[in-house]
Design a protein around this ligand. Sequence first.
Ligand code: ATP
Length: 422
Amino acid sequence: MSSSNLVRQLTEGLPSELLATLRKLSDIAAAQSHILYLVGGAVRDILLKRPSLDIDLTVEGDALALVPHFAVILGLPKVTHPSFGTASFGWGPYTIDVATARRERYRRPGALPQVEPSTLMEDLHRRDFTINAMAIHLSPSRFGEQIDPFGGRGDLRKRLIRILHPESFKDDATRILRALRYEQRLGFRLEKGTEAYLRRDRAMLNTVGRDRLRQGWELILKEEKPETILNRAAALGITLHASLSGDSWLAKVFPKARQAWGTPPPPPSLYLAIFCYALSPEGAEAVIQSLRLTKGTAKVIMDTLQIKEDIPSLAQADLLPSRIYRLLQQRSNQAILAASLATDSSLIQNRLQTYLNTLRYIKPHLNGQALQRMGVLPGTDLGKLLKALHQARLDQEVTTIEEEQAWVYRWLEAKAEKKGED
Ligand code: ATP
């Protein structure tokens, strides 16, 4: 085990105020005979000189006993999750998580582990990859000391993702998704043995509960370039669903989705709707069920497929804007964007974009109250008139408020004449 000191990296990697706060927290822990460590992703990112907003602290001792003292130092309300012996604090843009060092036992593959308080070493031993299983001593007498029992530092240099033991993916198959995520995010490679175990154990993903599986894939879809991860997954025989596999089409369309969406990056639902574009509604329903997707995401996916089904109507020659509006007004805007990105017809793209960029914002100048002031009685007529006026506005039969007023009077006259004839 290396015993290098990482004070310089800590100082360069974290704002000085945050570092000072961590020192204070460590002093408090030491005064209560507890030892505090920085662990996991923050250590990895500091060594890689990458920004990291998640500061994970592990306490050898009892994290929850320290939390009230920490809350005073941080001057912040605390959020606790006592069942897992952890607490979370917001510190500016950072989240400081404090947890009791713990060991985990897996009674069967895919099950949530049994958790017990333990030592830092056992806590590091339960982690996913060597590069995530390092810690930095924060206690006053050993501040900055590196703890690297599995050779994480070496793997960072070699740019490798390596599991800690051969049964790791069996214990928790979500690590398969995590491995793919880190590999692409960091531009690393799976270590040879790790890749072999991943291929061996990939079917274990079926043992993972739907919610954990959804979270795993959503984290992938929140990465900078999810298509590279989905393609790599496909090459390793791993798919989001049997009917959905990363491919060159995805590699072309996802970047366009990012460009169209802007910042912040697109939500997973947009990517999922594009991903499901080739499916039938029944096929998409199966994906929604298999990952227990939220109602909101399910609507985006199903709306996208409905738009695909409506393409013959949307493709008609000389389609009036009001007809485009009616075909799309019930559809979620994300679905319209997804369909416009997924379709290869430029006519459909244009019509969907026209809806998103213009039609959806067009409203008549005159509202219900204005119409009543013009003598229209409330009731069905008012509703009909408003709809017809909106349509006339969409189709540019009227543009100005005066034109709308004249149009309304004509409509009322025609109506009165019709009544007279009846
Ligand atoms: P990210 O930047 O993606 O948040 P992170 O390393 O902080 O990276 P988290 O998901 O926040 O990742 O997890 C924090 C730490 O907990 C990881 O660094 C890893 O050590 C450990 N960990 C998380 N999930 C697992 C898992 N499924 N199995 C083992 N260890 C895990």
